[in-house]
Design a protein around this ligand. Structure first.
Ligand SMILES: NC(=O)c1ccc[n+]([C@@H]2O[C@H](COP(=O)([O-])OP(=O)(O)OC[C@H]3O[C@@H](n4cnc5c(N)ncnc54)[C@H](O)[C@@H]3O)[C@@H](O)[C@H]2O)c1
Length: 253
């Protein structure tokens, strides 16, 4: 608990349930004084969230598959709450068939869908969010080390994460003159809804946990605390970069 984020309004995108990394981020941001606005993908997920979030938490539907939805979401947020100070983008998707095979078998439609939701959406979110964001604002997305290595079973999602991380660098450069920073958190493997879509995810989770420096998997709250740092003015000199929150897994071959 701190008042590090007092006076800041942060939009958190991608809470599906209590296991979501976005939920770990929202919790940490709230605990450190931020006003948090949560966006959710669809009405079905909204029902889960009603049970999860503290009473009075603002929630808005936003399916990032359409630019128009993203534009409207940030316009509506500004109309209702004024300018924002940050965004957490914790969104990714690939269809089952695309995730099941190797990259060699990925079809054009599956490739485009994964890139669209998992990587392009950061561009549209940054574009429309930055129009209603105060200077010293901060945008952070979630990535995984499958972007730079051929991790078994991660397949197409690794390709999408590579694009996402390149987006972070270019967006940081584009938004620098507006004094808005863009970064990525590379989280260790955590059992969430998204991970269960990956074939052999049990092996991925087990292996990742075994490779942490203390043998215990990183959790959503530890990742959330890195998000708090990136949303705070303590990270004002950090942009276009990636911070690992994986308890050292990426260091061990
Ligand atoms: N769990 C892990 O091991 C891990 C590790 C590193 C990075 N990540 C990344 O963290 C982020 C959050 O994933 P998570 O693991 O918390 O899983 P999750 O399933 O809880 O969250 C994924 C979110 O993406 C949202 N989403 C998917 N398509 C969308 C759309 N069209 N519009 C709006 N929202 C959409 C879902 O509704 C869900 O809330 C993802 O980018 C994921 O790749 C996860």
């Amino acid at each position: 608990m701190s008042n590090l984020l007092d006076g800041k309004t942060i939009v958190v995108m991608g809470v599906a349930n209590k296991r979501s990394i976005a939920w770990g981020c929202a919790k940490s941001l709230m605990d450190n004084g931020a006003k948090v606005i949560i966006t959710y993908q669809n009405e079905r997920l909204r029902r889960q969230l009603d049970k999860l979030v503290p009473e009075g938490t603002e929630m808005i539907e936003c399916d990032v598959a359409e630019d128009a939805n993203v534009e409207k979401t940030f316009q509506d947020i500004q109309a209702k709450f004024g300018n924002i100070d940050g965004v957490i983008h914790a969104i990714a998707y690939a269809d089952k068939e695309t995730l099941e095979g190797g990259v060699i078998d990925v079809k054009k439609d599956g490739y485009n869908l994964a890139q669209d939701v998992s990587a392009y959406s950061l561009i549209s979110v940054s574009r429309y969010a930055s129009r209603v964001m105060n200077p010293q604002g901060s945008i952070a997305t979630l990535t995984y080390m499958g972007s730079t290595r051929a991790i078994p079973s991660y397949n197409m999602m690794g390709v999408a994460k590579a694009a996402l991380e390149a987006n972070v660098r270019y967006l940081a450069s584009d938004l620098g003159p507006k004094k808005i920073r863009v970064n990525a958190i590379s989280a260790g493997a955590i059992k969430t809804l998204a991970v269960t879509g990956i074939k052999n995810h049990g092996d991925l989770l087990k292996e990742s946990e075994a490779r942490t420096v203390d043998g215990e998997a990183v959790d959503i709250h530890q990742v959330g605390d890195v998000a708090t740092f990136l949303m705070s003015n303590l990270s004002s000199g950090v942009t276009g970069d990636l911070i690992y929150a994986d308890k050292g897994v990426h260091l061990l071959a």
